[in-house]
Design a binder for this molecule. Structure first.
Ligand code: 4AD
Ligand code: MG
Length: 471
């Protein structure tokens, strides 16, 4: 019963963040959270309490006259407590306020096997306890920034008159045409129904057709852009891509704006504005977290981000990029020549060594890009654009879309796709087609860029990567 009463009204609980920012002492306040450390003095205990509302802990003074003082003295790191008392000016250094407890309720004890002890832990170790790592300073900071930037994404588009569209997660199309699809099926893998010809009989599957987890909401977003003019999606996307790198996840979140009556230039401008907006938002709204990243993750982070916000990004064509790379004199692991994909080492040379700033590369050869990109007048290149940033490489991929029905059908055939399978998508070109453009920003890659955290597994709550889907 006591517990029910205590949690009945969360509004009576003060977030530690607010307590620490109080303008005046408070006679009676209640806070709740998890013990970071406890140390004993002659006739009282100091408890550092954190509730995740900010990086900072509130110091609790628990005096020996508390009826349960002996239990308080056994509290260890990781335990949860609920404390009421008076917020008073702190005698100690480093904090303005501390809480003198008149009641310490031990909600959930934790013993010495609690994995997050005071000593620092490596990100690799913390990945193995992904269910507890949000209680560490680094990860609580990463996830507060993640939350803040998700909000900023919506704010950015709302301020610009975009409509938020929820595109489907289960889809029948392979937008990127890379075949990196997770199949969605209810067929019995032990006993797959076959047609007379011996092929898998998808007519008997749940959706009466092959279906997959989406790799991108773009195709559906295009349909909405050709009705609502400016739209965006923000949701999970899935790629069964067997790349075990620090920048690839099998499940990641993508933001995809799509704009009618917009060409490649307008698209590149928006991507640049968007990336800068998100950086500036984190700098303005997450100062403690950004300071922590600058101290413990990457000493050059803050200077680099401020530089990126202040200056225009470099823009070059794919052909120019290839020329620069060939003339660089650099020994690359992968070959570079016109017609080949830029590898991460090439992208990083351009952004880190050559231009030393973000670079948007555009007009790629049509053979290395998906079917939906608009073919340029040269007949050889498409209006693709990739935005590359130092330390990571590609964080945005986008294009102007092919709005001409006959050219789009031709592109599909060249990509071994049957236009008949995409009737609805082609209808968008049959009825009131317009030039339109959009891009996808990988949310985790953006978070890596903003926090300096070098592994994608550490900016997503529970990472899914090849061979790993624990939690
Ligand atoms: O370049 P991509 O494949 O583009 C598309 O999916 C387009 N349909 C987007 C559009 O035009 N609407 O992916 C876009 C971005 C990449 O630049 C990268 O930031 C991120 O998504 N991304 C990944 N992030 C984490 N793990 C992966 N496996 C990723 N694959 C792509
Ligand atoms: Mg791409």
């Amino acid at each position: 019963m006591a517990i029910i009463r205590q949690f009945a009204d969360v509004r009576s609980i003060t977030p530690i963040k607010d307590a620490l920012q109080s303008a005046a002492p408070i006679d009676s306040v209640r806070v709740q959270g998890w013990v970071r450390t406890r140390r004993d003095s002659k006739d009282f205990s100091f408890i550092e309490l954190n509730d995740g509302s900010s990086l900072r802990n509130l110091q609790i003074i628990a005096r020996d006259m508390l009826p349960n003082y002996s239990a308080v003295q056994r509290l260890s790191t990781g335990a949860s407590i609920s404390v009421s008392g008076a917020l008073v000016p702190s005698q100690g250094k480093g904090q303005k306020w501390e809480l003198v407890a008149d009641n310490v309720e031990i909600v959930g004890p934790a013993d010495d096997s609690y994995p997050l002890q005071k000593k620092g832990h490596t990100p690799e170790f913390l990945r193995e306890v992904a269910h507890l790592r949000p209680r560490s300073n680094l990860f609580s900071s990463v996830f507060r920034v993640r939350s803040r930037l998700a909000f900023a994404v919506h704010q950015f588009f709302y301020e610009r008159g975009f409509v938020y569209v929820h595109t489907p997660i289960i889809t029948g199309s392979d937008c990127e045409g890379a075949g990196e699809l997770f199949r969605v099926t209810t067929l019995d893998a032990e006993n797959v129904p076959r047609t007379a010809k011996g092929e898998i009989d998808y007519a008997k599957d749940f959706f009466a057709r092959p279906t997959y987890l989406t790799v991108s909401g773009q195709l559906e977003a295009e349909a909405f852009a050709l009705a609502l003019s400016k739209v965006y999606t923000f949701g999970p996307t899935f790629r069964a891509e067997n790349s075990n790198t620090s920048r690839h996840a099998s499940e990641f979140w993508m933001i995809e704006p799509e704009m009618a009556f917009c060409d490649l230039k307008g698209n590149m401008d928006l991507a640049e504005e968007f990336v800068k907006y998100l950086i500036a938002d984190a700098r303005a709204h997450c100062p403690d977290e950004m300071e922590l990243f600058g101290k413990f993750v990457d000493k050059e982070l803050l200077a680099r981000l401020d530089f990126v916000v202040d200056r225009p990004f470099q823009r070059i064509t794919y052909a120019e990029a290839v020329e620069l790379l060939k003339k660089s004199g650099e020994k690359f692991e992968f070959p570079i020549d016109y017609g080949l994909n830029l590898q991460s080492e090439h992208e990083r040379w351009l952004t880190e060594k050559h231009f030393q700033c973000p670079v948007t590369v555009f007009n790629y050869p049509k053979q290395i890009k998906p079917f939906y990109m608009r073919v340029n007048d040269d007949g050889k290149t498409v209006t693709a654009m990739d935005l590359l940033v130092p330390g990571i490489g590609e964080i945005v991929g986008g294009s102007q879309r092919e709005e001409r029905l006959d050219v789009l059908e031709e592109n599909m055939r060249r990509h071994n796709m049957d236009p008949a399978d995409y009737k609805w998508y082609l209808d968008l070109r049959r009825y009131g087609t317009v030039p339109h453009s959009g891009f996808g920003l990988g949310f985790e890659r953006m978070l890596m860029f903003v926090t300096g955290v070098p592994n994608i597994r550490d900016v997503i709550p529970f990472a899914r990567t090849p061979g790993s889907a624990e939690f």
